[in-house]
Design a protein around this ligand. Structure first.
Ligand code: ATP
Ligand code: MG
Length: 242
């Protein structure tokens, strides 16, 4: 199942944010890299149907998402917010999870809740969670509905080492199940570990690079203003010393 953008332009408040994007994401782990303001979040929200493109179309498994009702779309495509608190609206975590299951009619997957360890948080208000707890609940309360397309906006943010491990277990599982996962990243630190099937680099709302991820060299990513391990170890460290 593929998620395809065809000549997609997005204008927000009179400003062109995404410019004529055409790209196709297939099963496996896809990464979307780009500096701050490059358009990653806007692109993911548009792919989830939360922002309407001014021009162009988005096809999920060949079907235009603008022709779908919100329920049909929610069943097919999950979007995990960059700011987890923006996706919350219920009084406790259990109700956040129940809401998406009711909305999509999905059976719900216990394994997602177990891997992210959110069951112990069920009675808590989502708005009172710590940053890492909120990230886990935000991802769990979307992915529990088992959508074939899953869009994750900077999912590693706020996570401790256990959180990274939990996310990697999920990614591996989803890849094995043939889901089409698109993960946005504002740095390249997890790129090697993720070994994505496909990578896209955005700059100024345009795709400047797409293709196989193992061709992406750190020097090239740094030219696009993306943090790499090399930059942290080499150039940033020297900045403090001098
Ligand atoms: N509703 C809006 N109205 C006007 N401009 C917007 C709106 N939403 C986003 N933008 C602008 O669109 C550009 C891209 O924003 P976006 O959030 O997509 O970037 P991003 O790549 O996700 O950045 P970050 O790495 O900081 O999360 C920014 O210049 C932002 O200010
Ligand atoms: Mg963003």
């Amino acid at each position: 199942m593929r998620l395809e953008l065809k000549e997609v332009t997005v204008v927000l408040n009179g400003k062109e944010i995404l410019k004529d994007l055409s790209v196709s994401f297939g099963p496996g782990i896809n990464v979307l890299l780009g500096e701050n303001s490059s358009g990653k979040t806007t692109m993911l929200k548009t792919m989830a149907g939360l922002i309407k493109p001014s021009r162009g179309r988005i096809l999920a498994d060949g079907k235009d998402i603008s022709s779908m009702g919100s329920k049909e779309r929610a069943k097919l495509i999950g979007y995990c917010w960059q700011n987890p608190y923006h996706g919350f609206f219920e009084e406790n975590v259990k109700r956040e999870i129940d809401f998406i299951l009711k909305n999509t009619g999905a059976k719900g997957r216990e394994d997602v809740l177990d891997i992210l360890g959110v069951k112990t948080l069920f009675e808590k208000s989502p708005f009172k969670l710590s940053g890492g707890e909120a990230r886990r609940v935000s991802i769990a309360s979307v992915a529990v509905a088992d959508q074939p397309f899953l869009l994750m906006d900077e999912p590693f943010n706020d996570m401790d080492l256990d959180g990274y491990r939990q996310l990697m277990v999920l990614m591996k599982k989803f890849r094995g199940e043939g889901k089409t996962v698109v993960v946005s990243l504002n740095n390249a630190l997890m790129l090697e570990a993720l070994s994505p099937d496909f990578a896209v680099v955005l700059k100024g709302g345009k795709i400047v690079r797409y293709g196989s991820a193992n061709e992406l060299k750190e020097e090239e990513l740094e030219r696009y203003n993306i943090v790499t391990r090399r930059a942290i170890v080499e150039s940033l460290g020297r900045g403090i010393e001098s």
